[in-house]
Design a protein around this ligand. Structure first.
Ligand code: BG6
Length: 288
């Protein structure tokens, strides 16, 4: 079942329920902010202090970063992570598939606001498929007459039982840019998070695994040679009005991206697809 809903302030979202899973997608940002497979814990973290307001990005779920990731290289005063997450997208397709999943396609087209920040014509769609697995694919086509460069991310916030319990596999021996130290290092072994982490890993394994006690989440990526790992920890969280004091303890961001050197240049009529597929293997006794 696909239902169009809105909060009291008029903020619109789609609610999805099928025999496999349930989900909620805000039209602003094409932002998936809830996804739960039947009999499994909610996959995506959502801040208890998140804003559902026009012009503010939702803290949690899967923000879509486009057309730039992080600060804009040419004009750092422009909104961090681009305009896609605060623009209202249009639903262009909603269907229940033969496999029992639900497929939603949202589209973002240029307008006066986007052109004032980034003077290019583009066609961007986000395909979200809700089932036992979650599939999310960002397709960008250059509809302009000149090439453009994009850096993007599916900025996924994963729910974890406690940050002390997790490890991340699939990045051993990979080079990463540490945005806090502003230098490049090599990862040795699995990742454990015990402090603020803000890194862009290059050439991650095709599947990244997040272990949380007996629970396991697999993140498969396509069209991506970079993965961002982020947790704001204590001090950074205090600077964010949409984070609660201990929110950082129950989340980690693993962001399928085209960030930094993995930015892509698209010529006129060229397209690029950035895709993440997430599946959970969960011991249902784990409490979230
Ligand atoms: C991460 C960046 O992807 O997003 C961090 O690497 C940033 O540097 C974080 O702090 C959150 O960004 P924002 O704009 O949602 O607060």
């Amino acid at each position: 079942m696909i239902t169009h809903k809105q909060f009291d302030n008029g903020f619109k979202y789609i609610e999805i329920e099928n025999n496999q899973a349930e989900a909620k997608i805000a039209l602003q940002g094409a932002h998936l902010f809830h996804y739960k497979v039947k009999d499994k814990p909610s996959l995506l973290w959502l801040s208890e202090a998140a804003y559902f307001e026009e012009g503010k990005a939702i803290r949690g779920g899967i923000p879509v970063c486009f057309p730039w990731f992080g600060k804009n290289k040419d004009n750092p005063s422009l909104p961090q992570h681009g305009f896609a997450r605060t623009q209202v997208w249009t639903v262009v397709l909603e269907e229940e598939t033969g496999e029992g999943t639900t497929h939603i396609r949202l589209q973002l087209k240029p307008n006066a606001y986007t052109l004032a920040q980034w003077a290019y014509l583009f066609d961007v769609t986000l395909d979200i498929t809700i089932g036992h697995k979650l599939s999310i694919a960002l397709s960008v086509t250059n509809t302009d007459t000149k090439p453009f460069e994009i850096s993007t991310a599916l900025h996924t916030y994963f729910n974890v039982s406690n940050i002390d319990n997790i490890s991340i596999k699939g990045l051993d021996n990979k080079a990463y840019y540490d945005a806090l130290e502003e230098k490049t290092s090599i990862q040795h072994g699995d990742i454990f998070i015990q402090e603020e982490v803000d890194r862009v890993y290059s050439y991650p394994s095709e599947t990244i695994t997040l272990f949380d006690g007996d629970a396991k989440v697999n993140l498969q990526q396509e069209g991506s040679n970079s993965l961002v790992v982020w947790n704001p920890w204590i001090e950074k969280s205090k600077q964010m009005s949409d984070m609660t004091e201990d929110g950082y303890r129950t989340m980690v961001c693993l962001e399928t991206s085209n960030a930094r050197e993995d930015s892509r240049v698209l010529k006129p009529n060229e397209s690029h697809v950035l895709k993440a597929v997430v599946s959970q293997e969960i011991d249902t006794t784990v409490k979230y």
